[in-house]
Design a protein around this ligand. Structure first.
Ligand code: THU
Length: 130
C-alpha cells in the first residue's frame, strides 16, 4: 500500500469510531512488512475504563491474526494539531515494532511523521527480560 493509501485508510476508519462519550474519533491503519494492512478505530464503553484506542485495536487484530512485523502506522484523529498515540499505545507498539514509523493526521489535513523512538525514547522492552 502506498503512503497515501495508508493515510486514506486511517481517515476512512475514523468513520467507524464508536466514541459517544468523548466524541473524539480516531482511525488507524497498521502496515506489515509485506504491505498487509490491519485497521482499527477507537471503541469506547459506558464504564469508560474498557475503552480501546484505535492503534491498539489495529495492533491486537494483527497479533491475533499471526502478524507482528509492523513497519508503519497511520493515525487519523479529530484534532488540530494531529493527535499522537497515547502512552499505553506507544508501549504496546514498542513491544513489537520499536522502529515503527508513525504518521499522524489532523482534522484539517495536517500531517506529522515521527518514529516510535521519537515518542518513547529509552524505552523498556522484551529484551530486558532475557
Ligand atoms: N484515542 C485513540 O484512539 N488514540 C489516540 O491516539 C488518542 C486517544 C481515543 C481514546 C478515546 O476513545 C478518545 O480517543 C479520547 O481520548
Amino acid at each position: 500500500m502506498t503512503r497515501e493509501e495508508l493515510k486514506s485508510t486511517a481517515l476512512a476508519m475514523r468513520q467507524r469510531s464508536y466514541s459517544p462519550y468523548s466524541r473524539f474519533r480516531v482511525g488507524a491503519a497498521l502496515e506489515c512488512s509485506d504491505g498487509t494492512v490491519f485497521t482499527g478505530c477507537n471503541i469506547e464503553n459506558a464504564a469508560f475504563g474498557p475503552t480501546l484506542c484505535a492503534e491498539r485495536t489495529a495492533v491486537f487484530k494483527a497479533i491475533s491474526e499471526g502478524r507482528r512485523d509492523f513497519v508503519r502506522i497511520a493515525v487519523a484523529g479529530d484534532s488540530e494539531p494531529p493527535c499522537v498515540p497515547c502512552g499505553v499505545c506507544r508501549q504496546v507498539l514498542r513491544e513489537f515494532a520499536p522502529d515503527i514509523e508513525i504518521i499522524c493526521l489532523g482534522s484539517d489535513g495536517s500531517e506529522l511523521t515521527m518514529t516510535l523512538n521519537d515518542l518513547l525514547p529509552h524505552s523498556f522492552g522484551p529484551e530486558f527480560l532475557k
